[in-house]
Ligand binder design. Structure first.
Ligand code: ZN
Length: 303
C-alpha cells in the first residue's frame, strides 16, 4: 500500500512539474469584463497568435472584491483594477506596483431624465461601485461644480450590472461606474450623460495595470516584455479593434458598445508623476484615504 501511494505521489509531482514548465511564460492576469480592461484582453489575443514567447492567461472575476482577493493573495501575477483599490491594498501592505494605466477617460456621470443640472441631485440617491474609485472622485468633482458635496446627496454602493436597471426603476437618480454600464443606461433611455470624465478631470486616472512585486522581482524580463506588449496593444486599439475584442469578452449589444467606446482611448498608457499626484490630492481631499502611497513607492515606469 505504502509503495502504491508513493507511486501516486511521484506521478502527481511529475504531472505538476510538466505543467509548471509548460506554463513558465504564462502570466496570470485578473480582469473584469468591462471596456476598461480591453488593452490587456487585446494583448492576450495578440500574444496568443505567436507560437512561442510569453502568453497572458486571463482570469475573469465577477466583482472587484473577488479580484482583489486574488491579487492580494498572489493567486495571480497582476490585474487590471481600479487604481484607488490597488492604492488601498498597497497602503495595507500588499506587494504590488502600478505599471501602466488601464485606459484614458472613459467614464460618464449618468442621471435620470428629470435631472437637468448637478444642483438637481440635492437630496437624491446616487450609485457608485465602490468608495475607493475614480467614480466616487468624479461624483465629488461634479457636485463641487454645483457648490454641493456628497453630504448633500445619498450615496449607495451597487454592483455595476445593477445600476442601469436601478436607474430605470427610479431606485436611484444617477450613477457613475466602469463602462459599458453607463452606456447601457443611455441605451435603455433610462437616463442621459450629465458629464463625461474629461469635463470634470483632465487626464483622469481610473484603472491601472498592476503587477505583484513577486512577479516583477522573479521574472524582470517577462514583466518588462509584458508591459511593453501591453502598451503596444493599447496603442493599436482603435475603435474597430476595441469593439471586436469587447464583443468577444464582454458580450454586450452593439449599440451599447458603440456608445461606450466613443468615450474611451487606450494610447499612451504611462502613469506620469503629474497625473498621479493630482489623483493623490483628490483621494485626500475627498477623504478616500488619508495616506495613499507615493508615486515613488507605488508606480513603476522603469521595468
Ligand atoms: Zn477604469
Amino acid at each position: 500500500m505504502a509503495l502504491a501511494l508513493t507511486g501516486i505521489f511521484t506521478f502527481l509531482f511529475t504531472a505538476c512539474g510538466i505543467k509548471d514548465s509548460e506554463e513558465k511564460n504564462s502570466i496570470k492576469i485578473a480582469y473584469l469584463p468591462i471596456t476598461h480592461s480591453l488593452a490587456v484582453l487585446e494583448e492576450a489575443e495578440e500574444l496568443e497568435k505567436n507560437s512561442d514567447g510569453a502568453k497572458v492567461e486571463l482570469v475573469k472575476y465577477g466583482s472587484w472584491p473577488e479580484l482583489l482577493d486574488a491579487l492580494n493573495s498572489g493567486k495571480v501575477d497582476g490585474a487590471s483594477v481600479l487604481i484607488e483599490l490597488a492604492m488601498k491594498s498597497k497602503q495595507e501592505g500588499a506587494g504590488i506596483k502600478a505599471v501602466a494605466l488601464g485606459h484614458k477617460d472613459g467614464n460618464v456621470i449618468v442621471v435620470s431624465n428629470e435631472i437637468e443640472k448637478i444642483e438637481d441631485l440635492k437630496g437624491k440617491t446616487f450609485a457608485i461601485p465602490h468608495r475607493q474609485s475614480s467614480h466616487n472622485i468624479l461624483l465629488n468633482d461634479a457636485l463641487a461644480n454645483g457648490g454641493l458635496t456628497i453630504e448633500d446627496i445619498k450615496i449607495t454602493e451597487l454592483a455595476p450590472t445593477e445600476m442601469p436597471s436601478a436607474l430605470a426603476s427610479g431606485q436611484i437618480d444617477g450613477y457613475c461606474v466602469a463602462e459599458p454600464f453607463g452606456a447601457m443606461g443611455v441605451s435603455l433611455k433610462a437616463g442621459k450623460v450629465l458629464y463625461s470624465s474629461e469635463e470634470l478631470w483632465e487626464d483622469s486616472l481610473c484603472c491601472g495595470l498592476v503587477l505583484t512585486d513577486k512577479f516583477i522581482n522573479n521574472k524582470p524580463q517577462d514583466a518588462k516584455d509584458f508591459v511593453d506588449n501591453y502598451k503596444k496593444a493599447g496603442a493599436n486599439l482603435d475603435k474597430e479593434k476595441a469593439k471586436k475584442i469587447a464583443k468577444k469578452y464582454l458580450k454586450q449589444k452593439d449599440d451599447v458598445l458603440d456608445i461606450s467606446l466613443q468615450w474611451i482611448s487606450y494610447d499612451d498608457l504611462n502613469i506620469t508623476k503629474e497625473t498621479y499626484d493630482t489623483l493623490v490630492k483628490k483621494v485626500k481631499d475627498y477623504k478616500l484615504s488619508d495616506n495613499p502611497p507615493s508615486y515613488e513607492d507605488f508606480v513603476k515606469n522603469d521595468l
